[in-house]
Design a protein around this ligand. Sequence first.
Ligand code: 2BA
Length: 110
Amino acid sequence: MKLIYAIIRNDNEDDVLAALNKERFQVTKLATTGGFLRKGNVTLMIGTDDDKVDACIDVIRKECGHSQRITVNMPYISGTSMVNYASMPMQVEVGGATIFVVNVDRFEKF
Ligand code: 2BA
């Protein structure tokens, strides 16, 4: 058995959950925050059989599409004795999904 962690954008949450439920995957949704952009995202935990991992990732890929490059204004901190906040435009990739697949040593339900 595997546990899939899929980090997706908030915008894609409803479509991804609906599509996974339709394909009978069981999902737990966590409200998470990206450490870089400090914006809310969603992390899905999906426990599934080894032979269903690719099908699960295909469902997520279909709903999320691929990442796109956008420009965001990142807070910029300068100075040592005094902290000045300004903003610095930066190109980042957003969208798509970030997926980790890990082995499950033991799975029980009561
Ligand atoms: P964030 O950490 O908010 O990152 C948002 C996007 O900013 C990233 O998109 C990436 O394009 C860019 N980015 C992140 N860290 C960067 C850095 N140190 N320098 C320059 N650009 C950077 P994604 O790679 O698609 O990641 C989307 C979200 O997935 C991330 O949100 C984070 O919550 C999670 N994530 C991605 N890779 C991860 C990893 N290796 N471990 C844990 N979480 C990860």
